[in-house]
Design a protein around this ligand. Structure first.
Ligand code: ASP
Length: 438
């Protein structure tokens, strides 16, 4: 008699897990953290060398998953954007494209504003400043007076158009591929029907093939998440997390406010309830959290938009790949808080004009950030250089960047899915019933 509820519970759990990616991911994360804590040499159960060996094996399924998805990423972006472009009327496309870019700009500016206000209100760097001794903290503060963004902005803008698209594809440079594909996609719409039809069939077939490969890779997700979390927890030092706890908290609060902003936008402009949205996007969010790469989550985001958020594929095929490449609000917020954090830690006072220039640099930096783990912190180096903040302090941030990267990537992906729902409302056609994968 007493076993009954337990049986019932396990049946319930089984049903929950079957086909519920988010539940598998949560279990993977929890078990991974538990194993990682056991394997962390700081906890004294295993030696450092055994811990490192175990971590590199545990990392393997995650690396295989990421590589499988990355393998089809460029053809998938290419095929999806073209399908998205040609399935919209040219009028629709023009206004949608412009509005999408404007929307992405606005949300990036909002996230930077949240980051700035929070950084000055909460002063994450002031404790570190009192402690002193950041790497390079004795470097000449004349650096600080260098003007921000002295690197040529017109040149950077012109360079957005890849002069060699094949090189952009081979090096996996997503932004270049996106811009090239948009130009080619618009050109395809000008073709006569005789040439237009085979191109559509071809790109649709490529998209389908990529999604089939992705659905194979997705089978690995629970193991990938488990292994990556275990390896992360085995490697990370608890002392570094404790030392930077306040700074981590400020970034975290900023990201929560940003998500609240997305929910507010949905509430105001669409009829989607925040609860329904959060429930639908938990799969992509958790995968983004575990992999720290919005590129790796792109196929799942497209599937979620189509199947769970009722977005038609002419919207998701365009918004998701473009968003995954250029719309990184979580990253912008992180770069903003981190730059101010390091400035405060070095005792550098930024003037109002320097803050504005720093913000402008971060808008460009977040657009150019590659959607891979740690992309945001790599690009942060050039933001700091432009603002005259010593880059030596990055070493402190890099130690905990994986953790921040997981949270900001989940927010980046949430931002893209928010845009999908919004653009479905503004530009969506009747929903195509067929799901993207088998
Ligand atoms: N990993 C992030 C992403 O893929 C970029 C970043 O590191 O901020 O969205």
């Amino acid at each position: 008699m007493e076993i009954k509820p337990l049986n019932h519970l396990s049946e319930h759990l089984q049903r929950l897990i079957k086909g519920q990616l988010w539940a598998k991911v949560i279990i993977g994360i929890a078990l991974g953290i538990a194993l990682g804590l056991i394997l962390n040499p700081q906890n004294g159960y295993v030696s450092a060398s055994i811990s490192e060996k175990a971590a590199s094996w545990l990392d393997m399924p995650g690396q295989i998953f990421l590589r499988l998805v990355q393998m089809v990423m460029i053809p998938l972006i290419f095929a999806s954007i073209i399908t998205g472009i040609i399935s919209n009327s040219s009028e629709n496309l023009k206004s949608m494209g412009l509005r999408l870019l404007t929307y992405f700009m606005i949300t990036t500016v909002v996230s930077i504003t949240i980051g700035m206000v929070l950084s000055y209100a909460m002063q994450p760097g002031k404790y570190l400043n009192k402690l002193g001794g950041l790497p390079g903290s004795n470097s000449n503060s004349e650096l600080a007076t260098e003007s921000v963004g002295s690197s040529s902005i017109p040149e950077t803008i012109a360079n957005l158009i890849p002069n060699n698209p094949l090189e952009a594809m081979i090096t996996g440079e997503m932004l270049g591929v996106v811009i090239f594909t948009i130009i080619i996609g618009v050109a395809i719409t000008q073709l006569p029907k005789r040439l237009f039809d085979p191109v559509i069939h071809f790109t649709e077939a490529i998209q389908k093939i990529c999604m089939i490969v992705v659905s194979w890779a997705m089978q690995l997700v629970p193991f990938a998440v488990f292994g990556m979390m275990a390896a992360l927890m085995a490697r990370i030092g608890s002392d570094i997390i404790a030392g930077l706890g306040y700074y981590i908290l400020v970034v975290f609060i900023g990201l929560v406010i940003l998500v609240a902003f997305y929910l507010l936008v949905l509430r105001i402009f669409t009829d989607m309830s925040p609860w329904k949205f959060l429930k639908a996007v938990r799969g992509p969010q958790l995968l983004a959290f575990s992999t720290a790469s919005s590129a790796a989550v792109m196929p799942l985001s497209m599937k979620t938009a189509d199947n769970d958020l009722n977005v038609s594929s002419n919207i998701s095929d365009f918004v998701i790949p473009v968003g995954a490449s250029i719309n990184m609000d979580g990253t912008a917020l992180f770069q903003c808080v981190s730059a101010v954090f390091l400035a405060q830690a070095y005792g550098i006072e930024l003037s109002l004009i320097e803050i504005i220039l720093l913000s402008a640099t971060i808008v460009a930096a977040s657009i150019g950030t590659p959607a891979v783990p740690g992309g945001g912190v790599i690009i942060l180096a050039s933001v700091l250089e432009g603002a005259g903040i010593p880059t030596g302090g990055l070493i402190v941030i890099i130690g905990i960047d994986r953790i921040l990267g997981m949270f900001r990537t989940a927010v980046n992906v949430t931002g893209d899915l928010t845009a999908c729902v919004l653009f479905q409302k503004w530009f969506g056609t009747a929903k195509t019933p067929a799901p993207k994968t088998n």
